[in-house]
Design a protein. Structure first.
Length: 162
């Protein structure tokens, strides 16, 4: 959604509300597939000449567990907060988001924030047991029966017990 922010930048106290949903036309990550549109609710407000964007993006995605490799559905909530400017004095600053021509591609900004907020690993549950390193069985479904590998440094001590 391309939005014009000229009035917001020019009129102190001006506020615009957004409540819409969209589906990106590209994949956000290889690790998950969106199973619902991204719902965004937020505001752009000029307070004393400072324009801020505040909102929340909600969506559901099918992800793959990093331990057991099972696919599962997970709901996400991402807070979106930015200070918007139409020109930068210091080009190296990450504090501000540059809005060229006073038009903002809100979909692109929301997708960028979603990508940056994603966790490094997805877990189907906190105590996921993963898969057996020898046979590949999902250990959440029960024990596999494989004999545990013995650390070679401890093998001599185990021989004493036999």
């Amino acid at each position: 959604m391309l939005i014009s922010l000229e009035q917001v930048f020019n009129i102190e106290g001006k506020e615009e509300f957004f409540d819409y949903s969209f589906t990106p036309d590209y994949s956000l990550s290889d690790d998950f597939i969106l199973s619902s549109p991204i719902e965004f609710k937020g505001t752009v407000k000029n307070t004393a000449g400072i324009v801020t964007l505040n909102g929340q993006a909600l969506f559901t995605a099918n992800v793959i567990c990093s331990r057991c490799a099972e696919e599962f559905s997970k709901s996400f909530s991402v807070n979106i907060e930015h200070t918007l400017v139409f020109e930068l004095q210091n080009e190296d600053s990450d504090e501000f988001y540059l809005v060229e021509d006073k038009e903002l591609d809100l979909d692109a900004l929301v997708c960028e924030d979603i990508i940056l907020s994603l966790p490094f690993v997805f877990l189907c549950k906190e105590d996921c047991k993963g898969i057996c390193s020898q046979c590949g069985k999902n250990l959440n479904e029960g024990e596999c029966g494989c004999k545990k590998a013995v650390d070679p440094r401890m093998a001599a001590l185990l021989e004493l017990l036999d």
